[in-house]
Design a protein around this ligand. Structure first.
Ligand code: NDP
Length: 294
């Protein structure tokens, strides 16, 4: 069993980005600038935005957080997005979801200029990804692809089961691993809550991407000997053994599944750190005008 160390790879990539930013600044350019929009006072959203700000500081990016009260209207929100779209000093920006119920997330996402959509949520970026054009790819799938690359895991001709079909993880993962490239060229099955014979499918899979959000769902009896298992799930549960009183569990029962695998990601320290670093990579691409250069 080989542990896929997302934390280590994420630190390496941060170092690479920091070097590039240093060169940009030394040659007279300005540091990439990521803005984040946060509405209300949701604890988890505050934590995520805090992590993103910290990562920006580590790689030398400028970061700005725009905070709004829950009472902001959809119209005001759209006006803010428009302002960011037209601000030449902002390379990319993200909307920390969820937004309050009275605001249509889809409408606001579609108002983002795809050139600044570093979360890769805009339908234009998703569509471009599907047909193999350069696109901002949402951070978690992009991070998983990077881990597969850096660990040189073979995907061509492999049977992959992605458990979960969300727009930000499951669906893009399915497309990316089926694309005619490396990583890709796999035969991919997208499983979800209505899938009938999930265990049978999983037992045939060379690679399993578990992105369902059910703590320790995947057990050893569901995994083929020698498989690669990527655990995306994060569930916070109470714990007597940690100082905070909480711990994070993945979608995989790590100890028993690890014994059967060739490669496996832990939780925490696997996919999670890669997600933030992918956002940094997308922001750097935005600053360099790499995706929409034509
Ligand atoms: P969603 O809740 O949007 O999607 C979950 C998917 O899993 C759905 O497609 C659902 O099926 C499917 N599913 C749920 N239960 C089962 C089951 N028992 N059997 C088979 N399929 C099932 O979740 P996300 O994609 O947003 O996130 C998934 C997990 O990944 C969460 O734990 C989340 O916290 C974590 N996450 C981690 C990130 C990281 O940085 N590490 C980033 C993003 C997410 P259906 O469509 O039929 O309802």
């Amino acid at each position: 069993m080989k542990l896929i160390d997302g934390k280590k790879i994420a630190n390496q990539i941060k170092e690479e980005i920091a070097q590039e930013v240093k060169q940009i600044v030394e040659s007279g350019g300005r540091a990439p600038h990521l803005a984040a929009v946060i509405v209300g006072h949701d604890g988890a959203s505050e934590t995520y935005v805090g992590h993103k700000e910290k990562a920006c500081a580590q790689v030398g990016f400028k970061s700005t957080v725009l905070r709004f009260e829950e009472t902001i209207t959809e119209e005001e929100m759209l006006a803010q997005v428009n302002k960011l779209n037209n601000d030449p000093g902002v390379d990319g920006f993200i909307l920390q979801l969820p937004l309050p119920k009275h605001i249509s997330e889809q409408k606001v996402i579609e108002a983002i200029d795809p050139r600044k959509d570093v979360d890769g949520f805009h339908p234009i970026n998703l569509g471009r990804m599907v047909i193999g054009l350069p696109a901002y790819i949402s951070a978690t799938p992009a991070g998983i692809m990077e881990l597969i690359k850096r660990y040189e895991i073979e995907t061509s001709g492999k049977d992959v089961v992605v458990v979960g079909r969300s727009n930000i993880v499951g669906k893009p993962m399915t497309i990316l691993l089926g694309q005619k490239a490396y990583p890709g060229n796999a035969t991919v099955t997208m499983a979800h809550s209505r899938t009938k014979n999930l265990k049978d499918l999983l037992l045939k899979a060379d690679i399993v991407i578990a992105a369902l959000g059910v703590a320790e769902f995947l057990t050893a009896d569901m995994v083929k000997e020698g498989a690669t298992v990527i655990d995306v799930g994060i569930t916070r549960v109470k714990s007597d053994t940690t100082k905070s009183g909480w711990k994070l569990l993945g979608d995989v029962k790590f100890d028993e599944v690890a014994e059967k695998t060739d490669y496996i990601t832990p939780v925490p320290g696997g996919v999670g750190p890669m997600t933030i670093v992918s956002l940094m990579q997308n922001t750097l691409k935005a600053a360099k005008g790499e995706i929409y250069s034509e």
